[in-house]
Write a protein that binds this ligand. Structure first.
Ligand code: UDP
Ligand code: MG
Length: 310
């Protein structure tokens, strides 16, 4: 059986249509499936719509969060409730074409692969600035962690083994796209065209995206902290040169000029110190969040659950 996980946040205009389209395609291709919708604390009628869907079709599982926990948490709630032999993650707005699921499924079924990754063949109608930002972000991650994620997406098929190893990870602050590569396994790629959003608007603002980028980078690499050490070394070398120069001026009796140097040095070192402290503080706060061991999400209601897990 194939489990299809669909995080939904304020998608009242999409859930019913998405469910119908996906169910139709699965039935047409005779794939045994279940749909797992996660209502990520929507403020509209998404949950009412989902309850109705679950009521009419026992194959549709609906999970209701107690508040908005973010897409990452919704993905993990889905993974925790998978009862199929493999699972696919897709967006609720049909930007991930459901036909591609059939392709992924047959690759998984006919070959010895554990992960079928959806790669964006073109990025759809994204804004230029967003595209540039995404490119820079993935370049950073690639440099820092060696994982190449350019044009990757959350649109993936995972074998049960992979789902289980992701579920077994104890960390709370996750970055699904990278973690699903980090666990390894045999991966195959599938290219898809990003469709236009079916209805409504993107749920990610520039602010949330920047926050997401920061938290993803820091949850995945310690490189920023090593950069801090690098800055320290560079400053120390500069200080040595300046020190020799200052002593030389003192000995030769030219020591009163140089206020500009002093001001510049103070500005430079103090700003680097501030930034460094900020980076270290950021990691510290992440460690603090992590050791609190709070759950990734809190479920309020669940319909048609096959597991009586939380
Ligand atoms: N989503 C979510 N929680 C959030 C934000 C988004 O579950 O806090 C879901 C949303 O309902 C959709 C998917 O994540 O199914 C992708 O969101 P969206 O289409 O807004 O993002 P974009 O396509 O612009 O990257
Ligand atoms: Mg979308």
């Amino acid at each position: 059986m194939l489990s299809i996980i669909i995080p939904s946040y304020n998608e009242e205009e999409n859930v019913t249509n998405t469910a119908n389209v996906v169910v139709g395609i699965m039935e047409q291709n005779q794939i045994d499936f279940e749909l797992i919708f996660i209502n990520d604390g929507s403020t509209d009628n998404t949950w009412e719509k989902l309850k109705e869907l679950s009521h009419n079709d026992k194959r549709i599982i609906s999970i209701n969060f107690s508040r908005n926990f973010g897409k990452e948490s919704a993905i993990y709630a889905g993974l925790a409730n998978v009862s199929g032999d493999c699972a696919v993650l897709m967006d609720c707005d049909l930007q991930h074409p459901p036909e591609t699921i059939v392709e992924m499924y047959s690759i998984w079924k006919n070959n010895d692969v554990d992960v079928v990754e959806g790669i964006k063949a073109d990025r759809g109608k994204e804004k230029k600035a967003y595209r540039g930002f995404a490119k820079l972000f993935y370049k950073l991650i690639h440099k820092a962690s060696g994982i190449d994620m350019a044009d990757s997406s959350d649109f993936k098929l995972l074998d049960r083994k992979v789902v289980e190893s992701l579920n077994a990870m104890p960390e709370r602050l996750t970055f699904f796209r990278a973690l699903s590569s980090w666990v390894g396994f045999k991966t195959e790629k599938v290219y898809f065209e990003v469709a236009e959003r079916h209805s409504g608007e993107s749920k990610f603002t520039i602010g949330t995206l920047i926050k997401y980028a920061f938290s993803s980078i820091t949850s995945f690499t310690n490189l920023p902290m090593q950069i801090v050490t690098g800055c320290g070394v560079v400053i120390f070398l500069l200080a040595l040169i300046m020190g020799v120069n200052t002593l030389y001026n003192y000995i030769t009796g030219n020591s009163d000029a140089g206020f500009t140097t002093v001001i510049l040095l103070i500005l430079l070192t103090s700003s680097i110190l501030m930034v460094s402290l900020g980076i270290i503080g950021y990691y510290l706060s992440k460690i603090y969040d992590e050791i609190k061991h709070r759950p990734r999400f809190i479920i309020r209601d669940i319909e048609n659950s096959k597991r009586d897990k939380k």
